[in-house]
Design a protein around this ligand. Sequence first.
Ligand code: NZQ
Ligand code: ZN
Length: 385
Amino acid sequence: MLDFIFHNPTKIIFGKETIKFIAQEIPAESKVMITYGGGSAKRHGLLDKVKAALNGYDLTEFGGIEPNPEYETLMRGLALARKKKINFLLAVGGGSVIDGTKFMAAAIPFKDDPVLLLADSGSAIRQALPIGTVVTLPASGSEMNNRAIITRKALQFKQAIMNSFLFPRFSVLDPTTTFTLPAKFIGNGVVDTFVHVLEQYLTYPVNGKVQDRLAEGLLLMLIEEGPRALTEPENYDVRANLMWGATLGLNGLLGAGVPQDWAAHRCGYELTVLYGLDHAQTLACLVPAMLKIRAGEKRQKLLQYAGRVWGINSGDEDARINDAINKTRAFFESMGLPTRLSDYGVKSECIPRVLEKLKEHGLVNLGERQDVTPEMMQKILENCL
Ligand code: NZQ
Ligand code: ZN
């Protein structure tokens, strides 16, 4: 196992009707800005519940944070928050709302140009307003991590920042809030979570048995419960497992002490910004191709994954690996996500554009061994078509 420091300060408040506990977590004198997305939280009555729980607080609302939150939108939120002298932010939504709110939390007290906070993976962040979250879409893990992904449309750049000031103080996870999710976003959430686990598991062995077994447990849960969320959308236990699984999938626990990959995520961001694919759709295309092209360097872990996650234990090694990759693809498809770029209308012309963007963003040596070069990425993208 590799050396590591693990620190996660976010309090999790989990279960039915837990929104009423929010007030216990926010100091009474706070001026709170509630942030939300395109309107689902309003439409489904969640915003009213949150406001009722904060009865007596000085509240401001900021809605309209779009999927893949855009810098310009967040600048409007920042202006409103400064005008109203906000000192606590409460995000009600999925990864986009939470990420956008994290960025605002860092930008509001920042004296210089907020764009500087996005440079160098967010290393300039020295403070942030406290934030809480009410999660409505289990996927990103943002509710219990220190990351945020912000889109700068003008530059065609999805920038990832990571800084310990971005951990939420608390997150409310009420699985019933996910009952209103359309099938498409259920599928996206399950696939994104699955890939978060793979990015931290399917690398090379370092005898991290704790991490491996945790990862394998989560993958098996997703394979079992993911399809059930589509056929039994109001099954509370299914939703509860998916919700807690998504949070654990990217709260730092699985990746502590083991190598991490993230090449599919990095390349996926370019596909989203260039072609508008949802985050999980990019992963559904890239991951099977990544595993195929990189099967040599990932051989030992792929064999372990084949045996322990998919029960493939016989046949020659290449056939087992192939079978595991095919089963991964079939699982993504069973969750409603096509796994070929051509299924989304993206053609081979994308390859030079994506490679150019990766180069422009300095992402030329990706993966757990930094050996995913532009030449290898080209092969991977060709395999995605
Ligand atoms: O905007 P509204 O109207 O609320 O609708 C949203 C949105 O259209 C809808 N939705 C959310 N909860 C709902 C609901 N509809 C009905 N009922 C509910 N309960 O779902 C749509 C997608 O929401 P979004 O927040 O964009 O999805 P997700 O949670 O998948 O977040 C994606 C973003 O997270 C980033 C991605 O890059 C992307 O920008 N990620 C963040 C990470 C992190 N912070 O650690 C890691 C991830 O790998 C990922 O990159
Ligand atoms: Zn992701």
